[in-house]
Design a protein around this ligand. Sequence first.
Ligand SMILES: [Cu+2]
Length: 107
Amino acid sequence: MTLEFANVRKESQMKTLLSVALALVLLTSPAWAAPKTVTLAVPGMTCETCPITVKMALNKVQGVTKVNVDFDKKEAVVTFDDAKTTVAALTKATKDAGYPSTVKEKK
Ligand SMILES: [Cu+2]
């Protein structure tokens, strides 16, 4: 085996290793997780301060990036990172705050 040939071989092994590493990074990177938006029906909101409580409860959930509570529609639109939280955790948060909710629409 010539030295030159050995180097070429090493280089192609390096390339294989690099592409494997890159694939792993892409698969495990948090950036890979797309933000999800879910609309929750929160029928228990009876006055104009209820949305504040619901919003606070949802904002406390780790991974939640945006909360919009509509009192008239009795719903909460939540944007979250699905690598950090789940829809079940969101409905649990509103329930624990005194406002049980159900999933209305998922995007
Ligand atoms: Cu209220």
